[in-house]
Write a protein that binds this ligand. Structure first.
Ligand SMILES: [Zn+2]
Length: 464
């Protein structure tokens, strides 16, 4: 007797799609077969719908602990769950930050009480002497902020800033010994600060539209990120560390050449494609000002990077701040945090792109399930549709047309750039270990039902 059978859905892997029933027992996939005949406590008819492996959000800033006026594990995961995700990976700029074993364990314990999705967290690489102990925790990898904000504004915590390349090198040396990947926000902060002061801050050109211009010119989140990446690729080559490049696609396009070159030399370099800049056009940016700084990129270019395999993973980073924190940015834009929102809107947006023919559902599975699961040591337990693995699914309806509205926002920060936008293609159900978490946008899971899933031995994960 099965617990649940998913009937008549079309299963999608990174390679292909086929119709089959999924038999779930004890939280795992017990069988995948045509016309399953076992009895079950629950039969869910998914005729006309697509069943993807549960999607992984690899770039969440849930602000927990320490900055929970912006978000916390529960509200942030509600947003991710409504957006069709079944697993999240949290970033490190919390207070305290998980730079040592004690802080990391406290964060893990807190998350387990609040989460509704399975999850893991980055460990913060800041102190070489703590790298080995953090690697033993089961953390999926290390995060480094190779950056400081030009006016030292959060979310760039100065404690976490690794702008000294000697320290960066030493951290890479230690991390390489652990076989974990290191994810890096690259930058060349001295250059950014000097240019920002010369061109904008000193002359007093500080409105939101000035900041937009600074982004377009590559002064903020642009050339500095590429400079940082260039140096980091070399340090990674010297040390052999596995490098995961954050904010790919958001910085100036030369990241494409650098990463391709490094791969041609045999380096393992992953590129996390940040999609928000490709989703915000000039009109939307002008309307949302300080809420929509990184923007104006051609969505067809993102689609190319996805189709050709340059992008290893893709995401709308979840980096919320409150309207109270962002509103002053209409006039004083150099002293507000950078907000990037879209855990909830991401999947409807990319499903709409699939319907427009930009790429395929198989690409979504590759970049949002299989690849992140492999890189972060979760595969095949997560990110696959294999018998004997966790019964995590993201079920999507490619025909559903629905307007996204601000009233649907689950994030504590409470705003969206996409109020009134109609998307075609929606996640309609998610399951984690066989239990339904979200159905038709409604969250039905209980606080604390999400489990910490440790990184496993990397040997079985396979190449990305
Ligand atoms: Zn981030």
């Amino acid at each position: 007797m099965a617990d649940t059978i998913l009937k008549n859905g079309t299963l999608v892997t990174s390679e292909e799609r086929h119709r089959a029933d999924v038999v779930i027992r004890d939280g795992q996939i017990a069988a995948i077969e045509l016309n399953a005949t076992d009895g079950a406590d629950e039969i869910v008819d998914l005729d006309g719908l697509y069943v993807l492996p549960g999607l992984i959000h690899p770039h969440c800033h849930f602000r927990d602990p320490g900055l929970t006026h912006k978000e916390d594990f529960y509200t942030g995961q509600r947003a991710a769950a409504a957006g069709g995700y079944t697993f999240t990976i949290d970033q490190t700029n919390t207070r305290p930050a998980p730079t040592n074993l004690e802080n990391w364990n406290a964060k893990r314990e807190r998350a387990e009480k609040l989460c509704i999705l399975d999850h893991n967290h980055y460990a913060a690489a800041r102190y070489p002497e703590h790298i080995a102990e953090l690697a033993e925790t089961g953390a999926i990898g290390f995060k480094i902020f190779n950056t400081r904000h030009p006016t030292d504004t959060y979310p760039y915590d100065n404690e976490l800033a690794v702008t000294d390349r000697g320290l960066l090198f030493e951290l890479y040396e230690r991390i390489a010994e652990t076989d974990l990947p290191v994810s890096v926000h690259h930058d060349q902060s001295d250059w950014v600060k000097r240019m920002a002061e010369r061109e904008y801050i000193d002359p007093g050109t500080t409105t939101a539209s000035d900041l937009h211009e600074a982004y377009d010119r590559g002064i903020l989140y642009g050339h500095g990120m590429v400079m940082g990446l260039a140096a980091s690729l070399y340090l990674a080559r010297l040390t052999g560390v596995e490098l995961y490049v954050l904010h790919a696609g958001m910085m100036k396009e030369y990241d494409y050449e650098l990463i391709r070159h490094a791969r041609e030399q045999g380096q393992t370099v992953h590129a996390e494609l940040e999609l928000l800049p490709f989703m915000i056009d000039e009109e939307r940016r002008a309307e949302h000002g300080p809420y929509a700084v990184v923007s104006g990129k051609d969505p067809e270019r993102a689609a190319e990077l996805i189709r050709e395999g340059w992008a290893t993973t893709m995401v709308n980073e979840h980096a919320p701040h409150t309207p109270e924190e962002l509103e002053p940015g209409w006039e004083d834009a150099w002293n507000i945090p950078l907000a990037l929102m879209g855990a909830q809107e991401h999947l409807p947006h990319v499903l709409t792109w699939v319907n427009e023919g930009r790429f395929e559902l198989e690409d979504i599975v590759r970049l949002e399930a299989e690849n992140p699961a492999r890189i972060f040591g979760l595969y095949p337990r997560k990110g696959s549709l294999q018998v004997g693995t966790d019964a995590d699914f993201t079920v999507v309806d490619m025909d559903r047309q629905r307007e996204f509205t601000e009233s649907m926002v689950e994030s504590k920060s409470g705003w969206t750039l996409f109020d009134g936008e109609t998307f075609t293609g929606w996640p309609v159900r998610t399951m984690v270990r066989g239990e339904t978490v979200m159905v038709d946008g409604e969250i039905v899971a209980e606080k604390g039902s999400g489990k910490f899933v440790p990184r496993e031995d990397c040997s079985a994960r396979g190449a990305v």
